[in-house]
Design a protein around this ligand. Structure first.
Ligand code: SF4
Ligand code: SF4
Length: 112
């Protein structure tokens, strides 16, 4: 497995888990705002990759480093993501707010 395949593989593990558990519970509220677990989607605020329907790119760093409330609410996710972080860091696959393409081009964060 090369780095690109490993990146996709790790994203897939988190995606499967998030889908199964509805981890962030992202949905539109009565006022038409996109919210997660009752609040505005805080971790993505101000990010250039945030689109009308959520994140427009695949970002392993963001998937692994979910907010503190998720880490607290879901200890299984915490353990899973901590284990995957070790692998992701070893192969230099973690960069927050950066698409896979951006990371593989140079690893510079693309948006604030
Ligand atoms: S890159 Fe990260 S911070 Fe930006 S929209 Fe996607 S998940 Fe949110
Ligand atoms: S990680 Fe936290 S702040 Fe980000 S979308 Fe999920 S619940 Fe919301």
């Amino acid at each position: 497995m090369d780095r690109s395949e490993l990146y996709d593989f790790l994203c897939g593990i988190i995606d499967d888990y998030s889908e199964e558990t509805n981890l962030c519970n992202i949905h539109e509220n009565e006022e038409g705002l996109t919210v997660c677990n009752g609040d505005i989607v805080g971790c993505c605020e101000g990010c250039n990759h945030l689109g009308y329907y959520g994140c427009k790119v695949e970002c392993l760093g963001c998937k692994l480093y979910a907010c503190y409330s998720i880490q607290k609410k879901d200890p299984v996710f915490k353990d899973l993501s901590n284990a995957l972080k070790i692998v992701a860091k070893k192969y230099n696959l973690v960069d927050m707010r950066t698409s896979k393409e951006g990371l593989f081009k140079g690893g510079v964060a693309e948006s604030g």
